[in-house]
Design a protein around this ligand. Structure first.
Ligand code: FAD
Length: 473
């Protein structure tokens, strides 16, 4: 790589990760002479990826990501940096709790359970979610010995061992259904909650939560409080895109492959073929696997081992007066043990008031698996029918319905994920200038993606030992 000429840096994918990376490259590179030349390639004709706000019939709704935690610093910091602080909309504090379907009945998820391990476990014990037997099992947690060794373990095994099977079925599972439609028997505790093994060794989860910053956070900024932007989360993606240098963003430009060229990289789309010194790859793992196949089949193979779940998000608008249910919560979560296809729903017009006309109640339900893979009408039928039964909506018919399907919705950090990341890091050492970022690796969700994108940019601008940096950000 010729360090004397302006650095050319390609970013692949204009989802929130790629946008954050390109924005950070611009921000950090601004003072350098010559300034790096940045090109952001996006297959779609719009920016944002899984961030997609839409409007219909006077209702603003989110087809993809809906909100982020008020306590997530990376997202909040970026929002303020972009001058969007005055657009921040907090979820209604009176309706911040989710309901969990347990034995066919809806029970409020107790306060402070936003992080899977209850940060306020007294309120959790007081809730009616666990039977007496389940509560006693839960309270015995501090007296259990810690498991020795470094072996990866599933969430079911870990939480079942520490807190008991009821806590897995009634807390861990519904929260996962809300967040990533994951199977707790396959998901890795080490990759999703790396701090928990440490807590276990230091005297148990309950003691750890009592002392940990999580508890402080729970007291300061309620982790159950969610935040969005007044005019939709797409405003964040658009604000990032606006900060990019002119000509940087190439929409409708799907990258079909990468190739090595003169110590750097060549990025190919159906219409172009350009050289770059560094490439920040912010594509979901399955898409990146295809692009990298000719460069390194081993890297592609590891990327293909990161599975994704599918999801369909169904938005329903009802005449408010036609619904008997008060919708006085953030939404509902459905554990798989309930044998339903609905994974969860947000009572959108209750959670973020002001985004729909007063005469409408907007619900947003989601399904995974087969129900998400069929056609739009089938997904809508499932969500409508299940919400009707669970909430007792009777004969009420929605005024309109919108369906968004996401075939590769949520990456699943299954057992062995940490090992896969180590293999990727090791392979990438022979590909200087190739940096991977985004939800497939070290945290899914907007805040993690922003952190990863910005970190990738910092890496891209910092050659190590005279070589372009490489690795997973
Ligand atoms: C239904 C749903 C609800 C969610 N809700 C929340 C939530 O409420 N809060 C939260 O924090 N997170 C949520 N998430 C997760 C969050 O949306 C994602 O983690 C995040 O948006 C991922 O961003 P990304 O940029 O890494 O990937 P993506 O958003 O997937 O972006 C990747 C981009 O790459 C482009 N691309 C793909 N292939 C190519 C190619 N060959 N060449 C060029 N471009 C290509 C795509 O078009 C896309 O724009 C949700 C996700 C889904 C699916």
């Amino acid at each position: 790589m010729n360090q004397a000429r302006p650095r050319r840096i390609a970013v692949l994918g204009a989802g929130i990760t790629g946008l954050a990376a390109a924005y950070e490259l611009r921000r950090r590179g601004g003072g350098r002479q010559p300034q790096p030349d940045i090109v952001l390639f996006e297959a779609d004709t719009r920016v944002g990826g899984k961030v997609r706000s839409e409007k219909h019939d006077g209702v603003l709704y989110e087809a993809g990501a809906e909100s982020f935690g008020a306590a997530q610093p990376q997202a909040m910091e970026l929002v303020r940096e972009l001058g969007l602080g005055h657009d921040v909309l907090h979820s209604d504090p009176r309706r911040r709790l989710f309901l969990v379907l347990a034995g066919g009945r809806l029970t409020p998820l107790p306060e402070g359970v936003g992080q899977v391990v209850p940060a306020r476990w007294l309120s959790f014990l007081r809730s009616g979610l666990l039977t007496w037997k389940g509560r006693l099992r839960f309270l015995g947690e501090p007296f259990l010995p810690a498991e020795e060794g470094e072996a990866d373990e599933s969430l079911s095994a870990f939480f079942g061992r520490r807190l008991g099977p009821e806590a897995v079925a009634r807390i861990v599972e519904p929260l996962l259904a809300g967040a990533c439609l994951g199977d707790p028997c396959r998901l890795s505790v080490r990759s999703l909650f790396p701090h928990l093994a440490d807590m276990e060794r230091r005297g148990g989860l309950l003691r750890g939560c009592w002392k940990s910053p999580m508890r402080r956070l729970a007291a300061e900024a309620d982790p159950a409080l969610a935040v969005t932007l007044r005019n939709g989360l797409s405003t964040l993606a658009e604000a990032l895109a606006k900060r990019l240098p002119s000509g940087c963003l190439r929409l409708g430009a799907p990258v079909v492959r990468l190739a090595r060229r003169n110590g750097g990289w060549e990025v190919r789309t159906p219409h172009s073929n350009e050289p770059f010194d560094v490439v920040v790859c912010a594509l979901p793992a399955p898409a990146l696997a295809q692009v990298l196949e000719p460069v390194d089949p081993e890297v592609s193979g590891v990327l293909r081992e990161i599975p994704y779940s599918a999801a369909a998000v169904v938005t329903l608008a009802y005449e408010r007066k036609a619904l008997s249910h008060p919708l006085d919560a953030a939404g509902l979560l459905v554990p798989r043990s309930e044998g339903r296809r609905l994974a969860g729903a947000v009572f959108a017009s209750s959670r973020f008031p002001g985004r729909a006309p007063a005469d409408l109640a907007v619900l947003r339900g989601w399904v995974g698996g087969e129900a998400a893979s069929g056609d739009d009408a089938a997904a809508a039928r499932v969500v409508r029918a299940e919400l009707r039964e669970i909430l007792g909506l009777g004969e009420a018919h929605p005024r309109w319905t919108r369906v968004a399907r996401w075939p590769a919705a949520h990456p699943q950090y299954t057992i062995g994920h940490a090992l896969r990341l180590r293999r990727l890091e090791s392979c990438l050492q022979s590909h200087p200038g190739l940096i991977l970022a985004g939800e497939s690796y070290r945290g899914a969700g907007l805040s993690d993606c922003i952190r990863s994108g910005r970190l990738a940019a910092a890496k891209a601008l910092t050659p190590a030992g005279g070589r372009a940096a490489a690795g997973v950000a």
